[in-house]
Design a protein around this ligand. Structure first.
Ligand SMILES: Cc1cc2nc3c(=O)[nH]c(=O)nc-3n(C[C@H](O)[C@H](O)[C@H](O)COP(=O)(O)OP(=O)(O)OC[C@H]3O[C@@H](n4cnc5c(N)ncnc54)[C@H](O)[C@@H]3O)c2cc1C
Length: 432
């Protein structure tokens, strides 16, 4: 390919999980030309809830009502944690920007406050999260006040049982009832899938039939809970129709992955990228990356065949093992694209505790890249590997996002902070 065919961007984001999406959004909102490469990452598996930080320290499993107080404690006690390196005001602005974009793309969230919320899960446990989709928020109030509540599920729906939820919470929430009904139009199907039902409910007649089936069951209920299948792209409309038809607040309960809220989130983020003018290569991956002075050169592979991209800066948001940002063999963990040094336990035996359920977690789940204050990954000598390479999200060392319940928070906060640093660097370069 000749040079004049190479496309040039201010920033190339490698990765399309939560971190890559957040970085591409923040870059585009600041007027940078941006290309994003990679497929949907962990987003499809997400519950729709955006965690900021719920648990610290992991060993004590201490739950925090305020995620901001949790981050402050993290900063005092574990200063190297990536989330502890972003100030509260930036975290707040980052979340507000991210959520406003999702809301504008048809996935509305409840207004952001200062506190975490408690949300019922599909197995009857309670999850602590920060940012709750509008379709789930009535469940937070119902749980907090133990309101008379009817949970409804559908015969044949996989991996969701209103009865199990009710039985698990019975001692604590006696006013919770459950009913299993047939899903109208799907009576002959032995197994039902949430995504099919969600699509069906986008049809007005289908949802009116379901509302008519649920209404006679309400009794003294003051709120109704359903599995999260109230539409995919039009969940706001479907949810509002159920509330109007039943005359009560209605809430969704997140289902097991791959979930309808995960599909919604991915769809909304893709719409956001397109509306902000981000160029996407969602069926491609970066085969090679090298740096030449102030430019990064990316070699892509994918359905379009080979492609070459030039960018002034690169954001590495390639995740850990499931994202393929890190890979491991019998001896060690390696960063997949550039062979950057990975902070990891010295010996293979130290990767895991003996007990899989050890409350302190496993050292391997804190492996990752170390960076300088500007989020630039360090080389073996402890200096930034390249001045225009930034790393964000779950590839960073020193965090265990699953146990700490900080997946989205880590992704969104580090993306925001890294794009700020990247902007300063690009402006500095232009001024010189
Ligand atoms: C089961 C599950 C449940 C979850 N539940 C929640 C939840 O309740 N609340 C919450 O806040 N978050 C949840 N999450 C999401 C979580 O927040 C994010 O997945 C996590 O923060 C990691 O995001 P990431 O973007 O760093 O990495 P990943 O999501 O792993 O994304 C990595 C990306 O990099 C791409 N990539 C890797 N190598 C290359 C390459 N060479 N070229 C191009 N692209 C490349 C991959 O294709 C992928 O797009 C859940 C995730 C999972 C898996």
């Amino acid at each position: 390919m000749s040079d004049n065919q190479i496309q040039c961007y201010d920033v190339a984001v490698i990765g399309a999980g939560m971190a890559g999406m957040a970085a591409a959004l923040f870059a585009a909102e600041r007027g940078l030309s941006c290309i994003q490469i990679g497929s949907g990452g962990g987003i499809l598996f997400a519950s729709g809830l955006l965690d900021l930080l719920a648990v610290h320290p992991v060993a004590e499993h201490r739950l925090w009502p305020s995620p901001y107080e949790a981050v402050a404690a993290l900063a005092r006690e574990q200063a190297g944690h990536p989330l502890a390196r972003v100030d509260a005001a930036s975290i707040r602005t980052a979340f507000e920007t991210f959520v406003a974009a999702l809301t504008s793309a048809g996935m509305p969230y409840a207004p952001l406050g200062q506190r975490n919320s408690s949300v019922i899960t599909s197995i009857g446990t309670v999850k602590t999260s920060f940012c709750v989709p509008q379709t789930m928020i009535a469940g937070v109030d119902a749980l907090a006040r133990r309101l008379p509540c009817l949970l409804v599920d559908f015969r044949g729906l996989r991996e969701f049982s209103a009865r199990q939820i009710t039985e698990t919470l019975a001692d604590d929430w006696p006013a919770l009832r459950h009913q299993r009904i047939e899903f109208a139009g799907f009576e002959a199907m032995p197994e039902l899938y949430a995504a099919h039902l969600a699509r069906a409910l986008e049809n007005r007649e289908a949802r009116e039939r379901m509302i008519a089936r649920i209404k006679p069951l309400l009794g003294d209920a003051r709120v109704v809970g359903l599995p999260a299948l109230l539409g995919i792209g039009r969940s706001g409309e479907v949810h509002a129709a159920f509330e109007a038809g039943l005359g009560l607040p209605v809430f969704e309960i997140p289902t097991m992955p791959t979930s309808v809220p995960g599909l919604r989130l991915l769809g909304a983020l893709e719409a956001v990228m397109s509306a902000r003018g981000v160029t996407r290569r969602h069926q491609s991956s970066v085969r090679a990356l090298r740096f030449d002075g102030s430019k990064a050169l990316l070699e892509l592979e994918g359905v379009r065949g080979g492609e070459h991209i030039e960018a002034s800066a690169v954001v590495l948001a390639t995740g850990r093992f499931s994202g393929r940002g890190l890979n491991a063999d019998q001896q060690s963990v390696r960063e997949s694209l550039l062979g950057l040094p990975v902070q990891q336990p010295l010996a293979r035996e130290a990767w895991h505790q003996r007990d899989f359920l050890d409350p302190t977690g496993h050292a391997i789940n804190r492996a990752g890249l170390t960076t300088d204050d500007a989020w630039r990954p360090l080389d073996a000598s402890g200096k930034p590997a390249w001045p225009n390479l930034f790393a964000i999200g779950s590839i960073l060392a020193g965090q265990d996002w699953m146990r700490e319940k900080c997946g989205s928070g880590l992704a969104i906060a580090t993306a925001w902070s890294a794009i700020e640093q990247l902007m300063q660097q690009l402006h500095g370069a232009q001024a010189r």
